[in-house]
Every structure is written in C-alpha cells, then in structure tokens.
Design a protein. Structure first.
Length: 361
C-alpha cells in the first residue's frame, strides 16, 4: 500500500509534526508499504519528498527545502506539488500527522473526504469537536462527564467588555486559573494565572493563537492520560501519568527541554483506572471518534476524576505518551501503526458500502 505521510503545516505545532513524522516512518512495515512524504511548509506550500522504501537513518532531515529534485540527507529537498498529488497513486491511504489548526481540526480531513481517499484517524466532525476545547467541553457536559468549571470568552468580549469578563471569571472561578486558546494543542499559548494582572497577560497571549479562549479552574491534581483505539470496537490502553517536578509545563518544557517523565502504568487504584478508561470511551464516542485519540484527565489526592480534553491526533514523537501507553498495553509501535492503517481502510470501506446502498435506493 502507498502511504502519503503528511506533516509540517502552518500551525504553531509545525516542529512537533516533523518529529512525529520521522518517528512514524521509522516504524512502517516496509515489506508491505511504501511511504511518500508530503511536507507542508509554514507558508502552506506542499513539497513531495523522495519515496521512502526503508527507514531513514538518524540525522536525515524531514524539513524539506524546495528544489527540482527530491532527495534525502541532512539537507533534504522536495518538489512543489498540488494537493491533487494524493490522487496520483493507486492503493493509497493518507496518514496525516499535522498537529493543531489546519490539520487536526477537520479541515484537511474534509479534503480527504472530497478526494474520496482512506485516511488514518478521526473524521471531520470528531476532529473539529475534539480540537475545539469549548465545543468538546459542552459535549462532555451533556454526557455528564466530570470536568472542572470553565469560562469561555471571545476576543470581541475581551476588548469590548473587559470588566464583564473579569466578573464572570472571578465570580465563578478561583485563582489560580489556566488560560488556553480554544483551538490549539501541545500547551501552545497556555498560561497559568494567579491574579488579575496575570490573567490579563495570559488572555492576551492566548488570543495570539485564536479568537476564542477558555479559562479553566486550576486544581491540585495529577495529570493522567489514556489511549483510545478502534472504530465501533473501542479499546483503551493502560492509564499513564505525566510525572512533573513543578506544577505547570509549557511547550518548551514538554518538547524542547523534555523534562516531563512518563509513569506507565500510573500508580492508581484499579477502580480509578477503570473509571478513567470508561470515561475515555465515552468521550471518544460523543465526538464520533474513529481510529485514535488520547484522553487526558486530572486526578486529585482524593481520587476525584476530571476530564481535561481529548486529543484526536496525539503526538508520536519518541517522548510521546500515546505509543508508550499502547506499548505497555501490549501493542508495539510498529504494530500500532499497522492497526491504525487497517482501521483507516476499514472505515473507508464502510463509508463506500453505504454510498452504494444509497445509490441503489
């Protein structure tokens, strides 16, 4: 099978996506597949790299530069192409590893649907709902999933009625609070605020990334995560914990300094882990998830559980929780990727069969 591995993108999570793509291409079953790398620059240009028939050696750059010929090396190059390149090969599936906006939010999934191509991961609806923290929190609330209090605000509200925003936040939340762009991941644009001055700075920072922001109640808690995998037969991994030496880790600490340690499985009572896995399945179902997701939770010292968010395209870097969770559960990285490819094909075939049924009617 031909795998179009799409990565990079215009989002602030561009560099994470490149790391994820490199990790994935190392674990492909090349006796069965060929990888065609498609790198999207931060300006949005599509570059097609040289076909990969075996894992690239360490030190090879996937950050392609435009040239007349596609080659791999410490300074790799790619040929400029249009998105229709995805239609150029038979027996093809798309593996998008575009984190953040324009990749994880349903936009590029819509392109795959229009092109009538199988692809890995969640569809348009699930991707959009999972990416938008305000929408997903509303859905979790309807499902009765436990979560911390939050206040959603728009940029218009912030600049037009700031005193009203202060009143809403300080009337329903207690400092410290966490301020996040509604549509972003990997802790990009996320800040902790312990007073109004810090709140103002945090909200202004978050609005650099989105026109909608969510302000969440802070809590003293452990951060744990659970992997979800499947279509109708949804499976969950063991629960893992982010072990931190300080309370809040930003983008640099997670991906540049790499100071977060993973404890897998998390040291939790069996019934608490089971409840987290159950909540993860419910969250996956309510957004109409397919393929994969990682569901993140807070657990207090009294074992109170609060869902934080669902990530429909969790990282696959060497530091990432998602593949580590499945490895501990019994599914090796390369087999996990094979399973995701199979799920993408299965879902595509199911959709195609329904199209035939509709046409017959």
């Amino acid at each position: 099978m031909n795998i179009f591995l799409i990565y990079g993108g215009k989002s602030a999570e561009h560099d994470i996506s490149v790391l994820t793509a490199f990790s994935i291409q190392k674990e492909i079953h090349y006796q069965e597949h060929t990888v065609i790398p498609i790198y999207i620059t931060q300006q949005g240009k599509w570059l097609k790299g040289a076909t990969i028939n075996e894992a690239l050696v360490e030190g090879t750059s996937l950050d392609l530069k435009e040239a007349d010929k596609a080659i791999f090396g410490s300074e790799s190059t790619g040929i400029a192409v249009m998105p229709t390149v995805l239609l150029s090969l038979p027996d093809a599936i798309v593996f998008p590893v575009l984190h953040g906006p324009n990749g994880e939010d349903g936009t590029i999934q819509g392109l795959f649907e229009i092109f009538d191509l199988p692809y890995v991961g969640c569809g348009v609806l699930a991707s959009a709902a999972g990416m938008d923290k305000i929408v997903s929190k509303s859905l979790f609330q309807q499902m009765g999933l436990p979560q911390l209090p939050y206040v959603p605000i728009t940029e218009y509200e912030w600049h037009t009625y700031p005193e009203s925003v202060y009143a809403k936040c300080e009337g329903s939340l207690i400092y410290p609070v966490f301020v996040k762009p509604a549509n972003m991941g990997s802790s990009v644009g996320v800040s902790k605020a312990g007073n109004r001055e810090e709140l103002i700075a945090a909200v202004n920072e978050a609005f650099l990334y989105d026109h909608r922001v969510v302000i969440e109640q802070g809590v003293e808690a452990r951060e744990v995560e659970c992997g979800v995998l499947g279509l109708h037969d949804i499976h969950t991994s063991v629960v893992g914990e982010l072990v931190k030496s300080k309370g809040f880790y930003d983008y640099d600490e997670k991906y540049i300094n790499n100071t977060v340690e993973l404890q897998i499985p998390a040291d939790l009572p069996e019934e608490i882990s089971a409840k987290i896995q159950s909540y993860a399945k419910e969250a996956f179902g309510v957004i109409d998830g397919s393929g994969l997701s990682r569901c993140d939770f807070f657990v207090t010292e009294h074992n109170e559980i609060y869902i934080n968010e669902i990530n429909t395209l969790p990282g696959f870097t060497q530091f990432s929780m998602y593949p580590s969770l499945w490895k501990e559960t019994g599914l090796q990285y390369s087999d996990l990727i094979a399973e995701l490819l199979e799920l993408g094909v299965r879902l595509f075939n199911e959709k195609e069969s329904k199209k035939v049924s509709r046409n017959d009617d």
